[in-house]
Design a protein around this ligand. Structure first.
Ligand code: ZN
Ligand code: ZN
Length: 419
């Protein structure tokens, strides 16, 4: 590496850490910080931790993850171990959330890691952690905690995105894309994010004012109508946590999103990018919905994984929990790359999610019990998996309560002039 690029790299790492803390979790004086990170990211984590203490963190706790160790356990541990999530770990994580810790995930999974592992084992681990960590995750799903996910190019992930490069070159290339897409490499990223959040605010406020009854999607292979529940709320960009402090759950983020009515989705939708689920890729698939549920599907690659996903629980995984609008000309799609990582790929284009809806996407959702959530059309599931449906030819219309159709997206871009 050249000396000049070494300094740029160091500067960007500092700015990336600052983004994570100031824009991402918006760490406050006296607050604890829980960091989930791959062991490969140790050098970057140390920068984050140093800055966190400078900002007044009372304690920083790291939950390290290592792909090699995950794999060894998956290959060797007996099923009864995989099926169980240790109580002490659940208590520790939930305890920190309860204690008001901000939660930062430094994220860069190898999408192929679990390819050779029996799907039943992967499902068992996912199910066990979903159930054990329900309360911990609720702190995030309901914005009770301030939380954020920021990208980090682990070698396994980078090699997947750039198979033609050496590992070192691949990691550098992926850093470059992460810095660009996250706006880290701008002169003043914190200020850039203020402006970006402002644009997203205008879009979500427009949609909230309109309060459409339905959205109608048309594109090649797609003709889908999505009913939006009464009292649905569009979010996007900065969110406000229970303590009144703003934060950005995802860096990057380009979406405004709300929840579909779990019983009100009809028609057919075609995926436009691969979906990486439990280390397996699901490609070129279609889903046909009737009254909110997937009743038919086709899939060119990864059908077994798609089946696992749709049957992950009762029927929550075969209904939708999120509908998100992203212009096709986003920084992610400008790269023309598939990142095999939802944090990046979901910001490429319009998407939907199978599984759990965010209760914050409906008025009073955080206070509803399970029965009320169901009555209002709010989907519940142990999974939440985004998949891309947007393209340069996608049109979306909003259908008002009196049945009038209004253009929202034309040819993959906003059809609305926000003032
Ligand atoms: Zn989304
Ligand atoms: Zn999502």
């Amino acid at each position: 590496m050249l000396e000049g690029s070494f300094f740029i790299m160091q500067e960007n790492l500092q700015k990336h850490a600052e983004l994570a803390l100031k824009v991402g979790v918006n760490l406050q004086k006296g607050q604890g910080l829980l960091i989930n990170a791959p062991i490969e990211a140790a050098e970057f984590v140390r920068i984050v931790v140093k800055k966190a203490y400078e900002l007044g963190a009372k304690n920083v706790h790291i939950e390290w993850k290592d792909d090699e160790l995950t794999l060894l356990k998956m290959e060797n541990a007996p099923m009864e171990v995989l099926e169980e999530f240790p109580e002490w770990r659940k208590d520790a994580l939930t305890g920190m959330a309860k204690d008001g810790y901000a939660i930062l995930s430094i994220y860069g999974e190898n999408p192929d890691l679990l390819n050779g592992i029996q799907p039943e084992k992967v499902s068992a681990v996912t199910r066990a952690s979903s159930i054990a960590l329900k309360e911990y995750r609720n702190y995030m799903m309901n914005d009770l905690s301030r939380w954020s996910i920021i990208g980090y190019p682990t070698s396994g992930w980078a090699e997947k995105v750039y198979p033609e490069l050496s590992t070192e070159e691949a990691v550098n290339a992926l850093w470059k894309e992460i810095f660009r897409i996250s706006r880290t490499d701008r002169d003043n990223p914190v200020e850039e994010w203020k402006q970006h959040n402002e644009r997203l605010r205008q879009a979500r406020e427009y949609l909230n004012k309109k309060s459409y009854a339905k959205l109608h999607y048309t594109a090649e292979g797609t003709d889908l109508t999505i009913e939006l529940p009464e009292g649905h709320i569009w979010h996007g960009g900065a969110a406000v946590a229970a303590d009144g402090v703003t934060f950005n759950p995802n860096i990057p983020t380009e979406e405004v999103f709300t929840m579909p009515h779990k019983y009100g989705v009809n028609g057919k939708v075609t995926s436009t990018m691969p979906l990486s689920f439990q280390g397996q890729l699901i490609e070129n698939f279609t889903l046909t919905f009737k009254d909110g549920k997937v009743v038919e599907y086709t899939c060119e690659k990864g059908e077994e994984a798609l089946k696992q996903l749709l049957n992950a629980d009762g029927d929550g995984a075969s209904r939708l929990g999120e509908v998100a609008l992203v212009p096709h000309e986003s920084p992610v799609s400008q790269s023309g790359k598939v990142f095999y990582n939802t944090l990046f790929d979901e910001n490429a284009s319009c998407h939907l999610a199978l599984g759990k809806a965010y209760p914050t996407n409906i008025e009073g959702g955080a206070d509803m019990d399970e029965e009320q959530l169901d009555k209002h059309g709010v989907n519940d599931s142990i999974v939440h998996e985004d998949f891309m449906i947007g393209s340069a030819t996608m049109n979306i219309d909003g259908i008002t309560k009196d049945g009038t159709s209004e253009a929202i997206f034309r040819n993959g871009a906003w059809a609305i002039d926000f003032e």
